[in-house]
Design a protein. Structure first.
Lengths: 347, 305
């Protein structure tokens, strides 16, 4: 049984201007200790997927309209507040995009770090504090025993994200959801942060959901990859399948945008057009208006179903049922992963 | 911390000197004098009176003498009420105003802050709408409407509370309620705003993700920051409650300071005006100092310097 199995997750926001279908039928599964990458452009529903799993969607206006998320035999989406509180921070932890605002500026780091321990375990303050100092050392914060009493504003962005990681992992959760953990950070710090997550994951055996819009980050760190677009799944599979045998035109377009694969000096490739407006119902294929191989009729009718190619590699059949479309591979196996990952990440 | 307090204290003294000098020369340059009356007075008698109060000396000298006297705790005689000194008047009525003011402030804080927190936590429910519309009504309703209204209901219709005078604890209730409710409305709205801002911060989401229960999110994570707007208002509120209670004092016949403010100005009682100015200015300076200290204590991003 997988650690987490999400089926047909649907989350919408009921706003005055209409229903925003932020996540529209997302399914995936995750084994213990595995890393799943969720990639997609801004507004593709990556973060909302994560917040839905943690049930952190503000309700109203948000609402989880359907689906199941079986976590170790329990459906996260059906839990009440009390049950959720036992899972949150104990078995499923989360780190956020912006470490500058995600820590409470009015409370000392120590207070915030020991909070999960004090909430979920029967430990006294002193033991919790010792564990917190050890946790800070593990994420590479020097002089942890004195700096733990600082306030967040006395730390840099990278340091704060380290604190967030330490705080999320202090209870040794089964699953860590990292929502764009490096987006708000300096490029030089990004690689370090990913490295810390990876190292802690190896020690603790935590499964990780890594949300990013950086394909390079996914290539270097993930076992499985979900490609999302317009709140829907476009393609999913192992990192290898999605990278070297990309089926969906969107995945390929995304690959084309990786800066390190483009000729130096040339203008960087961007996918023409804009992501779809999910506040309006999308008929047919969500990617159709920007698709380099548009299939006639893809804009109407039913939305493309996920087609299983075997070995867990799935893609939305938006054009390949029409086998006449050209298949040009962007990435081939002779491009090493190191070339895709951001500078420094692979050391 | 001590350095900060010392520095602010000295600044406060400077402000006080400035206010006193300004008031003194404004009063001195106002046409007429405390001793002019409708009846014609013998010039010799007027000269004698003026000599008695020191008005025969030049303004600058009078200023320096008065500053010296104040430093010795002597605010001078009342220029209008014979045989009474300003110090006596203040000593008699300030405790009354202070008592009424602090009880009113307590009412304001004990009602306003919990109401504001509740409204923010239960945003857009009847627990938000009811207290907040009441607060809006409270702000819009002047004390000279609220006071007689309360007097009418509790003094005449139910006849449970006295409506005028200052003799026992029961006499405090109506004036303190009138004054307190008005400021409670302000505190409620400020607290609601402050708490809402905190509850919408990213760190609240982090706390939820850690499994922190809602009541701890409010008390532990949001209260400190959420109270800052209300604390900031505390200084002006106290000054306003004590000096602005003239209306309430008049309605309920409370022998407080507010009446002297008005009487002093109307009678051109120079010494009384100056004495009261010094008193209120010191109060405001002191309150603002306390508020500054409280703010640094609440917000770790501010430092004592």
């Amino acid at each position: 049984m997988p650690l987490l199995e999400v089926k047909d997750l649907k989350t919408s926001f009921y706003t005055r201007d209409g229903v925003v279908r932020a996540v529209d039928g997302v399914s995936f599964s995750l084994e213990k200790g595995e890393t799943l990458g969720i990639v997609g452009e801004s507004g593709s529903g990556k973060s909302v997927t994560c917040y839905s799993l943690m049930r952190l969607i503000p309700e109203p206006p948000g609402r989880i309209d359907g689906g199941t998320a079986m976590f170790d035999g329990q459906d996260l989406l059906q839990m009440n507040e009390a049950e959720l509180r036992k899972i949150r921070g104990r078995r499923v932890s989360m780190i956020f995009q912006d470490p500058m605002t995600s820590l409470n500026p009015y409370l000392r780091i120590s207070t915030q770090l020991i909070e999960p321990l004090r909430l979920h375990f029967d430990v006294d303050k002193k033991a919790a504090l010792n564990k917190a100092i050890a946790a800070l050392e593990e994420v590479g914060i020097p002089e942890a025993s004195s700096r733990i009493h600082s306030y967040p504003h006395e730390f840099s962005g990278g340091m704060r994200q380290r604190v967030m990681i330490a705080m999320a992992l202090i209870t040794e959760p089964d699953l860590l959801i990292a929502d764009e953990p490096t987006t708000a950070l300096d490029v030089t710090v990004q690689a370090q942060i990913l490295d810390i997550i990876k190292k802690r994951q190896e020690v603790l055996g935590t499964a990780v959901i890594l949300v990013t819009h950086d394909l390079g980050v996914v290539a270097g760190n993930c076992d499985k990859v979900n490609v999302m677009y317009g709140g829907r799944m476009m393609e999913s599979g192992t990192a290898e399948q999605v990278f070297y045998n990309a089926q969906h035109p969107y995945t390929r377009s995304l690959q084309k945008t990786i800066p390190s694969l483009q000729t130096k000096g040339a203008e960087l490739y961007t996918i023409p057009g804009l992501p779809p407006d999910v506040s309006k119902p999308i008929h047919g294929c969500a990617f159709y208006p920007r698709c380099p191989y548009p299939k006639t009729g893809a804009a109407e009718g039913d939305r493309p179903k996920l087609v299983d190619l075997g070995d867990g590699h799935c893609f939305a059949d938006c054009h390949f049922c029409d086998s006449s479309a050209p298949i040009e591979s962007v990435l081939t196996t002779d491009v090493p992963v190191e070339d895709i990952t951001p500078a420094g990440a692979a050391e | 911390m001590l350095k900060f307090i010392g520095k602010r204290f000295l600044q406060g003294i400077l402000v006080l000197i400035g206010i006193y000098a300004l008031t003194f020369f404004l009063v001195a340059s106002t046409p007429g004098s405390p001793f002019s009356s409708e009846r014609a007075m013998q010039p010799e008698i007027l000269a004698q009176i003026e000599a008695f109060y020191g008005y025969d000396k030049p303004v600058g000298e009078r200023f320096l003498t008065s500053v010296g006297n104040i430093l010795h705790g002597d605010f001078g005689p009342s220029a209008v009420y014979a045989n009474r000194t300003v110090t006596e008047i203040i000593a008699e009525s300030f405790p009354v105003s202070l008592k009424l003011g602090s009880i009113s402030l307590l009412v304001a804080l004990l009602l306003g802050i919990p109401a504001g927190i509740l409204a923010a936590v239960k945003k857009n429910t009847w627990l938000d709408y009811v207290p907040m519309s009441t607060a809006m009504a409270g702000i819009c309703l002047p004390t000279f409407v609220m006071g007689p209204l309360l007097a009418l209901v509790f003094g005449l219709i139910f006849a449970v509370l006295p409506v005028a005078g200052w003799f026992g604890p029961e006499f405090v209730v109506l004036p303190a309620a009138t004054l307190g409710l008005y400021y409670a409305a302000y505190f409620a709205r400020l607290t609601r705003g402050g708490m809402l801002e905190m509850l919408n911060q990213d760190f609240v989401r982090t706390a939820r993700a850690k499994g922190v229960p809602e009541h701890m999110i409010v008390w532990k994570h949001c209260l400190k920051g959420g109270l800052i707007p209300a604390i900031t208002f505390l200084g002006p509120a106290l000054a306003g409650i004590i000096s602005g209670s003239f209306v309430v004092e008049t309605i309920f016949q409370v022998p407080g300071l507010g009446q002297w403010f008005v009487k002093g100005a109307l009678n051109r009682d120079d010494f009384l005006i100056l004495g009261l100015t010094v008193l209120f200015a010191s109060l405001i300076v002191l309150m603002n100092l306390l508020v500054d200290i409280a703010q640094v204590a609440l917000n770790p991003r501010l430092k004592y310097d």
